[in-house]
Write a protein that binds this ligand. Structure first.
Ligand code: G3P
Length: 220
């Protein structure tokens, strides 16, 4: 299972990468705006900086255009920035067509804003490298985000689709554990949702006991 970090914050990416927790990065226009990155040149420079931090790992960079020609132009420019770039395309009709085009050109894609099995099926048929179902945003509207991951897993396995399930809008550690049980290929989350996986009170108590026993034995 791969862990992607869902942020455009360079320090957070650096920290996750140095901890060995990061297999890739996802961004979106909201995350870029949060970092104050705007304007074509600055956006491109920011993507390049992310790619350089994580070496050859995948970095999803989202197109802003919503028409087919615009997506193709933007996606091709993004893909030229670095070998690690994965062009992120929204789940709309023009997006599916663009995914098909990018797939035929060997440009990897991440189909984003996916909220149903039907949408995930279309993304796979179009040849998306990754599909991004948004778990947390479904939970937010009293729907079952994790059930969507399970349903997409079932459908993809039924037909041997190779599109990787990239569970997105992952907000807390149990989302990650549940995705792992279901068999999501990738989760993307902020570092704040990944780090708590490390913690267990019995680990802390056990380590404290080991160290105090060792200290007692050493002072005998
Ligand atoms: O990868 C998509 C993600 O950034 C959305 O997360 O928490 O805004 O729903 P959230």
């Amino acid at each position: 299972m791969k862990f992607f970090i869902d942020t455009a914050n360079l320090q957070e990416i650096e920290e996750g990468f140095q901890m060995g927790l990061v297999d890739g990065v996802t961004t979106n226009p909201s995350l870029m705006a949060k970092e104050g990155v705007s304007g074509t040149d600055k956006v491109k420079a920011h993507y390049k900086a992310i790619c350089e931090i994580v070496g050859g790992l995948d970095v999803s960079a989202e197109v802003i255009a919503t028409d087919y020609q615009g997506m193709i132009q933007e996606g091709e420019e993004l893909a030229k920035l670095h070998a690690g770039i994965v062009v992120k395309v929204p789940m709309i009709a023009a997006g599916l067509k663009a995914i098909r085009y990018f797939s035929s050109k060997g440009i990897r894609t991440n189909c984003t804003l996916v909220f149903s099995v039907g949408q995930a099926l279309l993304a796979a048929k179009a040849g998306a490298t990754y599909v991004s179902p948004f778990v947390g945003r479904l939970d937010d509207i009293s729907s079952d985000g994790m059930q969507l991951i399970a349903d997409i897993r079932l459908v993809y396995d039924n037909y041997g689709f190779t599109t990787q399930i990239l569970a997105a809008s992952v907000r807390h550690p149990m989302h990650i554990v549940d995705c792992a049980k279901i068999g999501a290929d990738v989760i993307t989350a902020p570092l704040s949702a990944i780090k708590p996986l490390l913690n267990h009170p019995l680990t802390d108590a056990g380590l404290a006991k080991f160290l105090s026993d060792h200290k007692k034995a050493s002072s005998n």
